[in-house]
Write a protein that binds this ligand. Structure first.
Ligand SMILES: Cc1cc2nc3c(=O)[nH]c(=O)nc-3n(C[C@H](O)[C@H](O)[C@H](O)COP(=O)(O)OP(=O)(O)OC[C@H]3O[C@@H](n4cnc5c(N)ncnc54)[C@H](O)[C@@H]3O)c2cc1C
Length: 383
């Protein structure tokens, strides 16, 4: 249903078309705000890897009207299995997950990233948002009443607000003079999108052995993604065949479902990619006048508790809840936004970084359980 927009934001431009951007677009357009989404890529990602959506993100998808469709495509599960390297992949622990979205949603769900992107984009367009591709936000000028946007070097209109949801290397962040940017944490991750062996029904992680973490998460009846987290290296020159070979070699210590994963990798054709972990947190304020950054533009962390996308979407939902409920775009609104978002994003970034650091240091005294459980309980309280 379309609601009437308050006079404070009648038109909003959004840079980026990731989860943060599309969540904001859906909420604003559904309230009758004119929304233009500018994405530098030629289209939505057609290929990609998997993603783990925690319960608090699943609840957010429901608020956005896409939960049923997402659930029909993804692979919901509860609990987390920890295994050790060596013959038989011995199970070390079966941990119950906190249902961070409340009792109505599973603790987590694996999903193919391009499916999530498509569902959100379709919902945004159905709500009335206009999506523009091949449209890179390159400049802006603002005064008390609005923001003049530049896209691909040319004027692209005047808006009441610009939301910079343009990811890790955000252009908008730079354009408003914020110089905090992502720093590498020292870990790198291989991800392979492969067929799901029937025995894989939830996320399973292996600690110990030649890499920091080996694991996999089901993303659908026939698919899952497998990960190997290693000390970060320059892998930029590694081609597909070599990437398969490295993942096969680095996973030799892991038995169980890893045997099937190695077979899939050896058969070739599995999509494999490599990414460095980063972290950063922009201190308040995330806005300068009528321009605000959200999602990875404002904070990033290693996916050690898989909360990055959840936090990005929570940023979007809190911001748009305030925007659609306010009479004016004033300091009170920005204060409320930062009060609700900063402590939560900070807790996730700090815990995620800490978990990675313990592993980098080889700290055997560390007890990650209480830290992970504490964050999950915090996330279970709606943003
Ligand atoms: C290896 C890895 C694994 C992860 N796993 C998980 C996980 O399992 N669960 C989880 O919750 N999170 C995970 N994350 C984190 C999650 O992917 C991010 O937090 C989330 O995707 C951020 O969404 P976003 O919308 O803020 O940014 P993005 O998804 O990065 O979207 C930004 C968009 O902006 C566009 N853009 C950039 N500059 C411009 C410009 N100037 N003009 C126009 N468009 C522009 C980009 O092309 C891009 O489409 C993981 C991250 C990594 C690195």
């Amino acid at each position: 249903m379309t609601h009437t927009a308050p006079a404070a934001v009648r038109s909003v431009a959004i840079a980026g078309s990731g989860v943060a951007a599309l969540a904001a677009a859906i909420r604003l357009a559904s309230h009758g705000v004119a929304v233009d989404v500018f994405e530098q890529q030629p289209g939505l990602p057609a290929l990609g890897s998997g993603i783990t959506l925690q319960g608090n993100l699943l609840r957010a998808l429901d608020e956005l009207g896409v939960w049923d469709e997402a659930r029909s495509l993804g692979y919901p599960f509860d609990g987390l299995t920890l295994r050790a390297p060596g013959p038989g992949a011995p199970i070390v622990a079966e941990l119950p997950d906190v249902q961070t979205g409340g009792p109505d949603y599973p603790a987590g769900m694996g999903m193919y990233r391009p499916d999530l992107a498509r569902i959100l984009a379709e919902r945004a367009e159905a709500a009335g948002a206009s999506l523009h591709f091949d449209a890179e936000v390159t400049g802006l000028a603002q005064d008390d009443d609005g923001v003049d946007l530049e896209v691909n070097g040319a004027p692209a209109g005047r808006f009441d607000l610009l939301i910079g949801a343009d990811g890790l290397h955000s252009t908008v962040r730079g354009l408003i003079g914020i110089d905090t940017s992502p720093e590498r944490t020292g870990m790198g991750i291989w991800r392979a999108f492969v067929p799901r062996p029937a025995e894989v029904v939830r996320t399973e992680l292996y600690y110990g052995g030649p890499v920091y973490i080996a694991g996999y998460t089901p993303t659908g009846e026939d698919s899952m993604y497998a990960i190997l987290v290693e000390r970060a290296q320059d892998r930029s020159a590694v081609g597909d065949d070599e990437a398969h070979r490295i993942m096969i070699e680095e996973s030799q210590a892991y038995d169980g479902p890893w045997n099937a994963i190695r077979e899939s990798l050896a058969a070739g054709g599995a999509r494999v990619n490599y990414t460095w972990f980063t972290s950063h947190l922009v201190d308040a304020p995330w806005n300068r006048g009528r321009v605000v950054i959200i999602g990875d533009a404002a904070h990033s962390c290693p996916p050690t508790i898989a909360q990055g996308a959840a936090q990005a979407v929570e940023d979007a939902l809190v911001l748009t809840e305030l925007l659609t409920g306010a009479e004016a775009l004033d300091q009170g609104l920005w204060d409320a936004f930062h009060e609700r978002r900063l402590p939560r994003a900070r807790a996730v970034v700090e815990a995620s970084v800490q978990l990675g650091r313990w592993q980098l240091e080889g700290n055997r005294e560390a007890d990650p359980g209480p830290l992970i459980f504490g964050i999950a309980q915090q996330m279970a309280v709606p943003a």
